[in-house]
Design a protein around this ligand. Structure first.
Ligand code: MG
Length: 378
């Protein structure tokens, strides 16, 4: 089998959501997604997804910046190389492009998909085999008023789809937000687990003031209350609170991972293939966590079925991902981009079989969702 790469192709699609998803400062109604296709000379195509939660607010990258980075600086490095040359390609890409981990993830996953398809094996084989074949999925509730959130959570509980819920916080003043979430937690505690994600919006003093009230109301976990770079503050909150603190924005690289370990800054880590630059970096970071006795949770950047399948392969192959997942991305979309949707059963996402990522893009759906190309300036 000829493994030589012919070209890298990138396409932006805009996928509408079933309901608006509200973060602290940004509300999404559609998710922009960059699809990266690695085509081999033998006609095999691997696909990866570059996606950030609703725009550049999370980590600075956007689908537009990813497209320029990949088309201009990464595509020329791939042509003529082999899809199984991933370690060396990663080095070359990193030598030419600093940071831009979301863009790198899109290519890194596409290389794995193409390589696995060339061999006729699933991507998890390239990651060392399986630790599990499904993973529990928590549901993220938007930063909406109490009644809206409780109704949505109760409907999910009744249908048996999810048993734990993550609430976004940070859109309201802290006192009002805390009262809203305490009221929700008191209604759901006992029947469902309630977690909160501040998305790095509070300063240390605000967090120290309000987080103990959330814990007392039954919230079982607090994700990233303070800015990502403020790891010492995160560590102090982790010591202060009776419930686990989860690191998300504070964890992008293996060096971040070592710092989190040395400060014991978080009891649980949110692992996303997207934010760390792909499957191998994610696997490396999970290994660091496991060595430190820290469980990982498979996080999402609101990926479609492609990115979700990639994260699922990693979550099933990395033994240290023992704290479930929030891989609900496809459930939030109003349009399906896969020919066969991923399977959610009994609150868990099931690993698909088949070569590569085990999922096939619906190319008609992709064509319909494709963003029109801007006219070139005269
Ligand atoms: Mg988060």
């Amino acid at each position: 089998m000829e493994l030589t790469i012919d070209r890298l192709e990138t396409v932006i699609i805009d996928v509408p959501l079933r309901r608006p998803h509200r973060f602290a400062r940004v509300t999404m109604t559609a998710q922009p997604v960059l699809l990266a296709f690695v085509h081999t000379r033998d006609g095999i195509t691997g696909v990866g997804e570059g996606v950030v939660p609703g725009g550049p607010w999370w980590g600075g990258e956007s689908v537009e910046s990813m497209k320029v980075t990949l088309d201009t600086y990464v595509a020329p490095l791939l042509a003529g190389r082999r899809v199984d040359d991933i370690a060396s390609l990663w080095q070359d890409i990193s030598d030419h492009v600093n940071a831009n981990l979301y863009a790198k993830c899109a290519v890194e996953v596409a290389l794995h998909d193409a390589w696995a398809r060339s061999l006729g094996v699933p991507v998890h084989v390239l990651l060392g085999g399986l630790a599990r074949t499904s993973i529990d999925v928590t549901w993220a509730l938007g930063a909406e008023p109490e009644e809206v959130v409780v109704d949505e959570a109760l409907a999910k509980l009744r249908s048996g789809e999810h048993r734990t819920f993550k609430l976004k916080m940070g859109a309201l003043p802290p006192e009002e937000d805390t009262r809203r979430v305490c009221a929700i937690a008191e209604k759901l505690t006992g029947t469902a687990g309630v977690r909160v994600d501040l998305n790095a919006r509070w300063d240390f003093t605000t967090a120290k003031t309000y987080l103990p009230r959330l814990a007392a109301a039954g919230v079982e976990l607090v994700e990233q209350p303070v800015p990502g770079e403020q790891v010492e503050a995160l560590a102090e909150l982790n010591r202060l609170l009776p419930i686990p603190v989860m690191a998300d924005e504070s964890l992008r690289t293996p060096v971040d991972a070592l710092r989190l370990v040395s400060l014991r800054a978080a009891d649980i880590w949110s692992m996303k293939t997207t934010k760390v630059g792909g499957l191998r970096r994610a696997r490396d970071i999970v290994a660091i966590a496991a060595a430190a006795g820290i469980p990982c949770h498979a996080g999402t950047s609101i990926e479609t079925g492609i990115g979700t399948a990639a994260s699922l392969h990693l979550a099933c192959a990395a033994p240290g991902v023992t704290w479930g997942s929030e891989l609900f991305g496809p459930l939030l979309f109003a349009e399906e981009v896969l020919r066969t949707p991923l399977s959610y059963r009994d609150g868990a996402l099931q690993l698909p079989g088949g070569p590569g990522l085990g999922v096939e893009l619906d190319l008609d759906a992709v064509a319909a969702l494709r963003r029109p190309q801007l006219m070139k300036e005269a």
